[in-house]
Design a protein around this ligand. Sequence first.
Ligand code: ZN
Length: 383
Amino acid sequence: MSTRTLLPAVAGCMLLFGCLADRSSNGGGRLKSASFANAAAVGGFHALGPKSVLVLTLRSSTQTTRCTNATMSAIVFTDKRSASPYSGSVAGFYSENSYGQMTISGQVSGTYPIDMTFPCTLSNMKTWADAADAAATAAGVNVNAYDAKVYMLPPESTTKCSPWGGWTEGNRIWIRDDQCDAKFILAHELGHTFGASHSSIPGSTNEATYGDASSNMGGLLLVADSVTRRPADPTTLYIWNRTAHWNAPEKIDAGWLTGNSVQTVSVGGSYRVAMLEQAPSTDPQVLKIGTKYISYRRAVGYDSDLWNVCGFHAGGWAACTPGQYVDKTSVHTGGNGRETILLANLGDGQSFTDGSGLTVTQTRHDSIYAYLMVTFSAPRRAR
Ligand SMILES: [Zn+2]
């Protein structure tokens, strides 16, 4: 059973991600051994081809990380995706998220002893990781052969390393003990090692930085009724197992959507985009209009729980509307190696207008496509 505590949407810690989730301290060049360069990917992204992940489970002089090697192996590599509510393995998520263009393999090894000297500073965390690497090396593990290394910290980390739940530095990831079985956080931190930044909304607060919950690289909101909706799951682990597809600009930057999948639009008219979750075909899945990215999301596959996720709103987390993203058109900007910014979600009949005179309206949708009307208020130079 999880010992994780759910924080209600009250008090000063309404954004669980902001309270519990992660810090990562640099923006690029995270991989030591990136071997897959691809012209389609934005610089700093290493998200194409096979990736290897080493998970090291750790113990202090008195305690061992809560998740066993078998648990970690299932979470990271082998869990099958069930219909609902649980997602599958982190590897399965990235396979679907990348449309099969990135695969993750690897192993879990441990438990290895570390001397848990506190406080939980980056300097001490590096010392723990170095000790774990040395112990694993002595046990015959080639720790330098992996694209990313995950250190599952002993239980002391739960309070000593709060408020973050996961931390990424270079190709190293530290996971707090109480978050060891949270696929959401594991997938998110791995996303940083693959080059992704955060999925944000306009604004400069920590909440805004994680404000686009339609992507695993954004935040995660626990509204009060998201607990009561699934009383059969007292651990609420399903919430922490959600791994939403990356958003449109992130998928483009990763090199997963190219060619016909991304249609550059400079002339007004009717357009159709296929849902972002669908494997690329001849259908456009993103309209690129100037600096804006237009895409359509549905609650299918690893996005099956997307209906119960919502991002930060100007009115605070209490203003969350579950279903914010589902069967709707998303309008993003940003990306290109920096945070993406969610500007709008459009249901049927709803429009987004920007300062340049662009208007995008979702006129209708079906199980595969959103049908859009694009207008420009002034003649626009073709590009
Ligand atoms: Zn992060």
